[in-house]
Write a protein that binds this ligand. Structure first.
Ligand code: AMP
Length: 548
């Protein structure tokens, strides 16, 4: 017997409709690329998103076609989140920190039809426009008066505010299958090219419900949320959707992510919740500590993307009364997997024991199932001391990559269930709290952003004096990790560190260039001839990178 409840597809547009109807007066505040502070309401967001949806139709965009953005966190980017996905097209958030080569590759792979960009990225657009195969229109996210003269050379250039003005705000959001694709985000693969993760309306809505829960990101209509985590990285951890679902005030920092600018916005807008990678908080803490400042409204901050240092948890908690929620997830997981919300028994603990729990990555939010397995694939029980490979499954976890890239990523268990191998190595305690102990992948995470070690090795190996090169993560006080290039020279060949580093110029983004080179006689190889980077990491674990 079937249930007798209404069938209503879970669509992203319904979030906007809800926010306009029930939280129409709630504010959205953005620091703009233009330099000023912009403020409006959910009602105006909804009206402008409908105008933009009409504009997209006018540009001839069909269902499921991809619309790319290269943009900071701001209200126009938010309008595109709803206008693009809501109208049935797919929002493809490009990471502006990538090298132009990679942007061209990804835009071509995604077959982007229109690309919206913030003015800060004009030089990048100038470098890629004319090289991409499918982009028909480039849209500068500004008013015509702010468009610099040198933008004129970009073929098919349009101006965002012209599109808004030229279109009506009457638009009926189409109703379609909730499993339709809504947005696309590329992850940098450890091997080969980046792979696309294609989210659906259904996966996004389920993820939004889960993310807002009290034991997850804990967001309500009474919060003012400032996502520092970029809207180009896994949909800013879902916060732009949580805003509409809960009616929370949204505050966007634009390009100004330094401690001083963030602190000013936290205070002037009375922000209660924020979210970002540890590196950002280092800058913020340094600023407030150096100036003897306090937070007057901040209650919680979500820290994830890489491990939150225990000292940071304590500084936030003890010095500033800000509760840190340590969270873990992946692009492939929309991204939320675990949040370190405490259980009643933790609240009885002394501070030291409680901080030890809080430094773990946390427990699974409902919707995500996780387990750790040993080398034979057998599940390790919760509470065992041994760490194992972390596998996950759930309705907002990737099933396959866009266009089938990389084949089937899932591991099927005896019951026939597919599990996504995260590449992380972890323990899970008796209370279900997961703790990442290692990463089986070899990518380097600098300031919360991946650097592909294989790409760097391939470049180094192309140098005539290099016999073998391995790129590993070395600890860095500011960026967590930075690339260290370990090189074996060809017999009789000579090359200096500076010459090798100069060899990277123009081949990768500047921030991908290794910080230092270490020359060695040999790189350890495993049984199948693969470089054993874990041994190299051990050898260089105390390596001090030049900090200048
Ligand atoms: P991305 O897909 O770029 O978001 O990266 C996902 C990866 O970042 C995970 O597989 C982890 O290796 C790492 N990561 C994310 N959050 C954390 C965390 N809280 N602690 C340690 N590593 C993390």
């Amino acid at each position: 017997m079937l249930g007798q409840m209404m069938q209503q597809p879970l669509l992203i547009s319904s979030l906007l409709v809800h926010a306009e109807r029930h939280h129409g007066e709630r504010e959205i505040v953005s620091r703009r690329v233009e330099g000023d502070i912009h403020r409006y309401t959910y009602r105006e967001l909804a009206a402008r998103a409908r105008r933009m949806a009409n504009a997209l139709t006018g540009l001839g965009l069909a269902m499921s076609e991809r619309v790319a953005t290269l943009a900071w966190n701001g209200y126009r980017h938010l309008e595109l989140y709803y206008a693009v996905s809501g109208s049935g097209a797919v929002l493809h958030t490009l990471n502006p920190r990538l090298h132009p080569e990679q942007i061209v590759y990804i835009a071509d792979h995604a077959e982007d039809q229109v690309l919206f960009f913030d003015l800060s990225f004009l030089p990048l657009i100038a470098a890629v426009a004319g090289r991409t195969k499918t982009v028909r229109h480039w849209v500068a996210m500004c008013a015509r008066a702010h468009l610099p003269a040198d933008a004129a050379g970009i073929p098919g250039l349009l101006c965002y505010e012209d599109l808004i003005e030229a279109n009506h705000d009457r638009y009926d959001w189409p109703v379609f299958d909730e499993n339709s694709a809504s947005s696309l985000c590329y992850t940098s693969g450890t091997t080969g090219n980046p792979k696309g993760v294609l989210y659906s309306h259904r996966s996004t809505l389920l993820h939004t419900y889960a993310a807002a829960l009290p034991d997850a990101l804990n967001c309500s209509a009474n919060d003012a949320i400032l996502p520092v985590v970029p809207m180009f990285h896994v949909n800013a951890w879902g916060l732009p959707y949580v805003g509409c679902m809960t009616g929370a005030k949204l505050v966007f920092p634009g390009p100004a992510l330094d401690g001083k600018s963030l602190y000013e916005l936290f205070e002037s807008e009375q922000v209660t919740v924020s979210a970002g990678v540890p590196t950002v908080w280092q800058g913020l803490l340094a600023h407030v500590q150096a100036n003897g400042l306090k937070f007057s409204s901040m209650k919680r901050t979500v820290i994830g993307g890489s491990a939150c240092p225990p000292a940071m948890l304590r500084t936030f908690g003890d010095e500033f009364g800000v509760h840190v929620l340590h969270a873990w997830g992946m692009t492939e997981m929309s991204p939320l997997g675990t949040v370190c919300s405490l259980k009643p028994r933790h609240l009885q603990m002394d501070a030291q024991a409680r901080y030890a729990v809080m430094s773990k990555q946390g427990r699974a939010v409902y919707g995500v199932d996780m387990k750790i397995v040993d080398e034979s694939g057998a599940e390790l029980p919760f509470g065992s001391e041994t760490s194992g490979e972390l596998l996950v499954r759930g309705p907002w976890i990737v099933d396959q990559y866009f266009k089938g890239e990389g084949g089937n990523p899932l591991r099927v268990d005896a019951a026939g269930h597919g599990w996504f191998p995260t590449g992380d190595v972890a323990t899970i305690d008796a209370d279900g709290y997961m703790h990442i102990t290692d990463r089986s992948k070899d990518v380097i995470k600098s300031g919360g952003e991946w650097i592909g070690s294989i790409d760097l090795e391939n470049i180094a190996m192309a140098h005539p004096a290099v016999a073998m090169a391995a790129c590993i993560a070395a600890h860095h006080p500011k960026w967590d990790e930075r690339p260290l290039l370990v090189v074996v020279k060809k017999p009789g060949a000579e090359v200096t560190k500076a010459e090798l580093l100069a060899f990277f110029e123009g081949k990768v983004a500047k921030w991908w260039v290794p910080d230092d080179v270490a020359f060695v006689d040999a790189i350890p190889l495993g049984a199948t001839g693969k470089m054993q980077k874990n041994r190299l990491r051990e050898q260089f674990k105390d390596y001090a990178l030049p900090t200048a």
